[in-house]
Design a protein around this ligand. Sequence first.
Ligand code: GUN
Ligand code: ZN
Length: 435
Amino acid sequence: MTHTLLRGRLLTFLRAPQELGDTGSYLYESDGGLLIRDGLIVARGAYDKVSAKAPADVVAVDHRPHLIMPGFIDTHLHFPQMQVIASYAANLLEWLNTYTFPEECRFVESAHAARIATHFYDELVRHGTTTAVAYCSVHKTSADAFFAEALRRNMRMVGGKVMMDRNAPQGLLDTPQMGYDETRQIIAEWHGKGRCHVAITPRFAITSTPAQMEATQALAREFPDLHIQTHLSENHDEIKFTCELYPEAIDYTDIYARYGLLGDRTLFGHCIHLSDREADAMSETGSVAVHCPTSNLFLGSGLFPLKALARRDKSVRIGVATDIGGGSSYSMLRTMDEAYKIQQLLGERLNPLESYYHMTLGNAQSLSLADRIGTLDVGSDADIVVLNAAATPAMALKMEVVKTLPEELFLLQTMGDDRAIVETYVAGVAAKSTI
Ligand code: GUN
Ligand code: ZN
């Protein structure tokens, strides 16, 4: 049995921070130890105490003075869009039709899907992300490649083959029956294998006929424990077109509600322009609104009212995500930097404790997976990131005047990227240094 002992400054959240001075929302250990056995955290605390529990043959890694945190979680991104990033488009629908749909057609080829899967996981690990929730393409081959590589790397990953049967090129369409059958096959072949989770994935209402939405509903009923992911209320033209396609619905959210797709396992990407009624429906069903700041800015989709949604009487659960390739960075640090700026433009404050809570425990809670990931708690998966706030000369210079933990976190978020990720551990195994 291999034991690994990590030493460094430990930071893990207990709950959502209420304000910058909310020291009760996290645990910080200035000289901490984490003991890992068989991919799980088995002891955490002051280094002296934890190291006393380690066997003589323990593999010890001293990460001082760096910060050791739970690995980052990305709750919405697109595996087949690695080569769509940085595509010059006026808005969401133009971007989808001009670049994204043609690119996704290539994933019918399993060799292409396998090649991109290797790069996909390399980039996640390079950026300190240990769990991600991904859309594959419509092709089963893409989901097979996605999960085969997750299994090979022993990563906890959520993903699904998108179901889409209209308003896209022929090479990107399934049918209600095909989408249903292939999703069932993917569940049978991959769900629960290693740390793989399959998500039911209707792309969005524009690309699914009512018949396909019914097939999605059937899957959701048959597999109530599975995550569901789709897009909602991202762009004004998208909203208008969607509501024209489903005239019987009172609004965009109501379309998904009519097919039984709201619920505490459902992740709705974007949710920028929700009405009060829609936010109430999200809240009442425990549905999650996933904020994708770099994407929202890049595509000009709008400013997500994160703070306003969180402080409503009927608060909405919130996740944060990169939305590669509408998003422009794989880094959750870059993502939260842009999230901060969006709240600034809305006259709101997003403090650094909240940002790191969202990247870790908050996203784990939004996936109902906080018993496995998102903390450094004993019994959790040993998915861990090690952060260096002095990773570049400019960051090191600023670090000379940083005095508090929140200041250090804010510097990391404002100036950091993959260079600030010293190491990423996947189930206790160093994964970044071995890419
Ligand atoms: N809505 C439907 N599909 C997509 C997608 O691939 N990216 C984004 N940002 N929005 C979408
Ligand atoms: Zn998306």
